[in-house]
Write a protein that binds this ligand. Structure first.
Ligand code: PMP
Length: 410
């Protein structure tokens, strides 16, 4: 039995019926649900402290500033960054990657330079680099996964002296694979390149230490780790951020503005133009408190229990082909699969009629789908608030999907 305390009561959204059946939410990799504690923190902020941070000297603006900067310090500690100057709030992980692509990539790269990505990248960590490559003449090189969805070590040899940027996800949103990012970063540094790690799927599930990883950039989205939508984080090495131009221009990111010239604010404000989504930032702080109170060891243990159970159950279904590692090694609680002869959209629509919410499609990873020679797949993703009964419901109703479509189940 897992050490995790009872958490279901914190998530009232899970206690409802969909189409007359108990809701089974298996789409936390798309967005996680928000516990009462996070909702309450936002309510208190709204009812007591709301003002525009950094904009006024009246009490509410000062309280808002305190709340905003308090979360920045919390995120710094959470990621083990050295300084709050290295923590930049963005709208989401996508915006954080675009910030680096535009403010670092466009100015640093020249024709023939190499940008190295894994084939499993989410479009958020692929399309911006493609645009940078098109605009600068740099080339994109992909590292390919093996049949189990893991990265063979020899692929890392593609990180060569022409490489200037390596951009890779910490955990794949499709395969569930946890990539060897510490080694990837070491290889990048050995050839003088910088490494950006997309932690959107990793941060909700594991302790991340950007200093130990020696990451140059590390990004994530709040809404996948219990907070409101509308906040993301860019961690950036201070020495790199100092040399980069702002990404967006406007209020709050300036020092002096003259008719023809402007000087910019210091880090991290140089990268935070305009009014930020402070409720989302407040909720991110409460989400970090909540996750730390549960403890990542207990969260990991529970999620691995669920993952092991799900893999065993799914492997027993003759009509299922797993997409991604079939064992627990270096893998998180995301399980993608193909149901023989049934389109993933039919799988998810029929499962929904039994109350089971999963994601179907290309999962914003079209190059990966093409490489795997599939058009789409179905993904079940787990969080610590899921139960073994949720997985039983998934498996039981996959049999129903096959029956509905006129095929045998098992
Ligand atoms: N990277 C990965 C690995 C993801 O799974 C996602 C979200 N599916 C993103 C980036 C983008 O996150 P957001 O849409 O919150 O910017």
């Amino acid at each position: 039995m897992s050490k995790l305390r009872e958490v279901r009561g914190d998530f009232p959204i899970l206690d409802q019926e969909i189409q007359g059946r108990k809701l089974v939410y298996l789409d936390s990799a798309a967005t996680s649900q928000r516990p009462l504690q996070v909702q309450e923190a936002v309510r208190q902020y709204d009812n007591r402290d709301n003002g525009n941070p950094h904009r006024g000297s009246h009490t509410l603006s000062l309280r808002a500033t305190e709340a905003f900067e308090g979360v920045r310090e919390k995120v710094r500690r959470f990621l083990h960054a050295r300084s709050v100057k290295e923590i930049i709030f963005t709208k989401n992980a996508t915006e954080a990657i675009n910030l680096v692509a535009y403010s670092y990539g466009l100015s640093q790269l020249k024709p023939g330079d190499r940008i190295v990505l894994s084939i499993a990248e989410h479009h958020a960590n692929l399309v911006p680099w493609q645009q940078v490559a098109k605009k600068t003449g740099a080339v994109l090189t992909y590292l390919y996964v093996d049949e189990e969805g893991r990265l063979p070590e020899k692929e890392l040899d593609k990180i060569d002296s022409a490489t200037k940027i390596v951009a890779m996800s910490h955990m794949s949103n499709v395969l569930g694979t946890i990539f060897p990012v510490k080694e990837v970063i070491r290889r990048a540094h050995a050839v003088g390149a910088v490494a950006l790690i997309d932690g959107a799927q990793a941060v909700p599930h594991m302790k991340v230490d950007v200093t130990d990883l020696d990451a140059d950039f590390y990004v994530f989205s709040g809404h996948k780790m219990l907070s409101l939508m509308g906040v993301g984080v860019l961690y950036g090495r201070e020495s790199l951020l100092e040399t980069m131009d702002p990404f967006l221009y406007g209020g709050d990111m300036i020092e002096y503005v003259h008719e023809q010239e402007t000087s910019f604010n210091e880090l991290p404000f140089k990268f935070e133009a305009g009014t930020q989504g402070i409720e989302a930032v407040v909720s991110l702080g409460a989400a970090i408190d909540y996750l730390e109170e549960l403890g990542f060891d207990a969260i990991h243990e529970k999620e691995m229990e669920l993952l092991a159970y799900a893999l065993d159950q799914l492997k027993a279904l003759p009509y299922i082909r797993l997409v991604g590692p079939s064992d627990l090694k270096d893998r998180g609680a995301v399980v993608s699969f193909v149901v023989e002869d049934v389109h993933p959209h039919d799988v998810s629509t029929i499962l929904d009629s039994y109350g089971v919410g999963v994601r179907a499609g290309h999962h914003c990873a079209q190059p990966l789908m093409r490489y795997l020679k599939i058009n789409a797949c179905t993904r079940a993703s787990f969080a610590f608030y899921n139960t073994k009964e949720d997985i039983d419901a998934l498996v039981r109703n996959l049999d129903e999907v096959r029956r509905w479509m006129g095929y045998g189940s098992r």
